[in-house]
Structures are given as C-alpha cells and as structure tokens.
Design a protein around this ligand. Structure first.
Ligand code: PGA
Length: 244
C-alpha cells in the first residue's frame, strides 16, 4: 500500500473543498492501490470527516500541550482532533519549523500526543540547502530523527516524511540516489528505536517526476503540496500509482 498525502496547506474556501472532495470521491472508489490522506485546514476537518466518510483526513498541526483541555487560546489538542475522528496528523513540517519556530522537541511532543490519542503522526524531517551543500545533511537528519521521534513509539503506527527543505515548493527535486541515501540513513538510524509504518518522500513531486521517485527502494508513498491543489494533477498521480 502506497501512501499519497495531499497537503492543502492554507488554501481553498470551504465551498472549494466540498466540490474537490465530491469529485475526488468518484475517482478514489476505483483506486485501491494507494491510501490517500488529505491534510486539510483545521477549521474544515470535522465537517469533511462527516461529509466524506469514504475519504481520510489529516490535521496539518496539533498543539504540543499534552493536556486534553487547557487555557491556550487558539490551540487544538490531539484529543480534540481524535474526538472529530481525525486519524492522521502532519507534525514538524518545515514550514512550521521555519515560520512558527517549531523544534525537534515540540515535534516529538506533538507526535507523542497524537500516538496517545491513536492518531497516526506523519513526522517530517529534511535538510536545508546549506546543510546539503556543506555535507552536514547526514548528521542533521540523524539528529532530527533521534530528537523528533517519541521514545515509546515501538509497536505504534507512525509515518516518516523525508522532505528536503530545498525541494519543498521550489520545483527542485533530489536525484533517486540522493533520496535512496537518506532512506537508508533513516532505516539505519531508527532501526533500534522503532519500525515506521512507511517512509514517504515530499518536495516538488508531480505527475511528471513521480515515476523517478517510485524507483526508490522502500518508497512508502509521497507527500504532495502544490500538486495536490489541482485535482486533475492529484488524480493523475493516483492513477500512475495504481498502474505501477
Ligand atoms: P510541494 O510541497 O509539493 O509544493 O513542494 C510539499 C510539502 O510542503 O510537503
């Protein structure tokens, strides 16, 4: 089973997403080869879960607080997401690390909160361009993994998303061997900690370059940003995966 995680980020009105999901529901019925997960804006999640029981939705973020309820204006706890039947949540995306000052420590806490509520965390790691260029990327990714994965994750479902920061939203994409090298690093680093449900790749994936990415051994799926904003592009990608 290959995961396709469609990250809408901060896009679309509610009417737009209902129309999108109506169309998507018709396509997805016929495609059994991949597990599609849509990371929707928090505000829309509970309605979408009710309106589209045939689709699977994820949060794009969750509070780092482990309490169910707290005096934290604007925060949403993992327990609240679970109470709306949200099954997955993206954690530690590079945009949140960059613009919301999130760290490996908050990522780890958020992932733990998800696991405690039986939400499957999609934990993002990936190096910056300077880290890639100066050769520090191996130790940087290793450190992110060790510090971002909760201690007692063994036996629990969790997904690792390898997303090089320099590939997110830029149109740049690593070579298959560059992705392969990091996959092996991830495998080696977390082997003693836990076995992830899947390791997915994200960063400028589209219907033209996906075939190259699928050549990576152990590819567990893909995380899409801009390609998921066009339904025709997303359905084409799902179709390619179905025929692989
Ligand atoms: P992109 O975004 O596909 O637009 O590069 C990927 C992501 O942010 O996860």
């Amino acid at each position: 089973m290959t995961f396709v995680i469609a990250n809408w980020k901060m896009n679309f009105t509610f009417n737009d997403v209902v129309e999108y999901c109506n169309q998507l529901s018709k396509v997805i019925e016929k495609e059994q080869e991949c597990k599609l997960i849509i990371a929707a804006p928090m505000l829309y999640l509970s309605s979408l879960v009710k309106l589209f029981p045939g689709l699977t939705f994820a949060g794009q973020n969750v509070s780092f607080l482990s309490e169910k309820y707290s005096s934290r204006t604007g925060d949403v706890s993992a327990a609240m997401l679970a109470s709306c039947f949200v099954k997955y949540c993206i954690i530690g995306h590079s945009e949140r690390r960059l613009y919301n000052f999130e760290t490996n420590a908050t990522t780890r806490q958020k992932a733990q909160n998800c696991i405690d509520e039986e939400i499957i965390p999609i934990i993002c790691v990936g190096e910056s361009l300077s880290s890639r260029n100066n050769g520090d990327y191996i130790s940087d990714i290793k450190q992110q993994l060790i510090e971002s994965i909760p201690a007692f994750v063994n036996g629990k479902a969790f997904i690792i998303a390898y997303e090089p920061i320099w590939a997110v939203g830029t149109g740049l994409i690593p070579s298959t061997s560059q992705i392969q090298e990091v996959y092996e690093l991830i495998d080696k680093t977390i082997m003693t900690i836990a076995k992830p449900t899947a390791i997915v790749y994200g960063g400028s994936v589209n219907s033209t370059n996906i075939s190259d990415i699928l050549c990576v051994e152990q590819i567990g799926g893909i995380l899409l940003g801009s390609a998921a904003l066009r339904l025709s592009e997303l359905t084409q990608i799902i179709h390619i995966l179905g025929n692989k």
